[in-house]
Design a protein around this ligand. Structure first.
Ligand SMILES: *Cc1c(COP(=O)(O)O)cnc(C)c1O
Length: 360
């Protein structure tokens, strides 16, 4: 008799639901924190040429040394710090979790946070502890310090700015967490391009700090490239878990090329920030919409009957993210990614209509 999946697969995997990606069809897609702008035609032509000549029959450079050099320049990596590359930063979260997952080891984060922190803890066989944020989504430092002393986490993940709430946590509180933590603290700066703050300059001061970035939210989500920045002592160990060819030939070539024009991506980020300000003001002026502060390329809002409003938006061709039901603090919350000014106008019109008349 052959075994069935529920006899063989780990029970915690059986009870997981897979990460859900909504089909976008032809809708205005404002659900996934993507940069709405494409690269200039001239740069796209250069990329076409590069990929035409790429040695796709060969394995990629396993150390990706040219790409790392470009990243150092473009992202101002502090001297003395190493870089580890991932197939998106999701993969880096997994590498770190696998490395520290001794029996009983705990991964600690806040709630609500990026869902992959919890999911990957489960993949790696770690225990997960989530400390609720306050009602206004700020960090509850006392609760965090209590949880640290109770669980002695091997690993703490904090996104700065946080997803799905969009805010930056108080940096003095983060430093206190770094002081109290018995293990690693990873600051996930996926939304760095849209915030005017970073903890990268703290790497030298805190031996247990690692910092994560990604090119995804900056405009290259399709390329899949994330990076971890930290001390060689840590990264040498983590490198052992990185699968040798996790960053492909095309990703390396294209990222190197685009990073030489990082000013284009930063210019786009600055346009997105300007559009964000316009969108925030329009949402604040709307009756029945509560708007939360954001330092990211998305905005968290609360409406009455968010589920109905979400469906109403969908019927009007606009896809955002419905967070109602995902955590008690996110009751009736919706998350919208900042798009082009046209897309944002369509969203605002559809939102106004959906609040007045949820379903056609
Ligand atoms: C989107 C996101 C990531 C994942 O980025 P990839 O590099 O595309 O895997 C990581 N952390 C946070 C907080 C995110 O919102």
């Amino acid at each position: 008799m052959s075994a069935t999946p529920d006899q063989i697969i780990r029970p915690e995997i059986l009870s997981l639901s897979a990460y859900h990606v909504q089909p976008a069809n032809r809708m205005v897609k404002l659900d996934a924190m993507e940069n709405p702008f494409n690269l200039p035609q001239s740069l796209r032509n250069e990329i076409a040429q590069l990929t035409a000549e790429a040695p796709l029959n060969r394995y990629p450079d396993a150390s990706a040394s040219h790409l790392k050099d470009r990243l150092r320049e473009a992202l101002d990596i502090p001297p003395g710090m190493d870089i580890l590359l991932g197939n998106g930063s999701d993969e880096i979260i997994q590498i770190i979790a696998l490395a520290v997952a001794k029996p009983g080891a705990v991964l600690l984060s806040v709630e609500p946070a990026f869902v992959m922190f919890r999911m990957i803890a489960t993949f790696a066989g770690m225990s997960y502890a989530g400390v609720p944020l306050k009602d206004d989504f700020t960090l509850d430092l006392d609760e965090m310090l209590d949880a640290i002393s109770q669980h002695q986490p091997a690993l703490i993940f904090l996104a700065y700015p946080n997803n799905p709430t969009g805010n930056l946590f108080d940096d003095a509180s983060i430093l206190q967490i770094l002081d109290a933590a018995p293990g690693l603290v990873v600051i996930d700066e996926a939304y760095h391009a849209f915030a005017d703050a970073s903890l990268i300059d703290r790497l030298a001061q805190y031996p247990n700090l690692l910092l994560m970035r990604t090119l995804s939210k900056l405009g290259l989500a399709g390329l899949r490239l994330g990076l971890l920045i930290g001390r060689p002592e840590w990264l040498t160990q983590l490198e052992k878990l990185r699968l040798p060819y996790n960053v492909g030939v095309a990703t390396q070539l294209i990222a190197e090329k685009v990073l030489q024009h990082i000013d284009i991506l930063l210019q786009q980020a600055s346009s997105i920030k300007a559009e964000r300000a316009v969108l925030v003001r329009a949402l604040q002026a709307m009756v029945g919409v509560e708007v939360f502060p954001t330092d990211a390329n998305f905005i968290l809002i609360r409406t009455a009957d968010a589920g109905q409003v979400f469906q109403g938006l969908k019927q009007r061709g606009v896809l955002i993210k419905n967070l109602d039901g995902s955590h008690p603090l996110l009751k009736n919350c919706l998350r919208v990614t900042v798009g082009t000014s046209d897309e944002n106008m369509q969203f605002l019109a559809a939102l106004q209509a959906s609040i007045k008349q949820p379903i056609n």
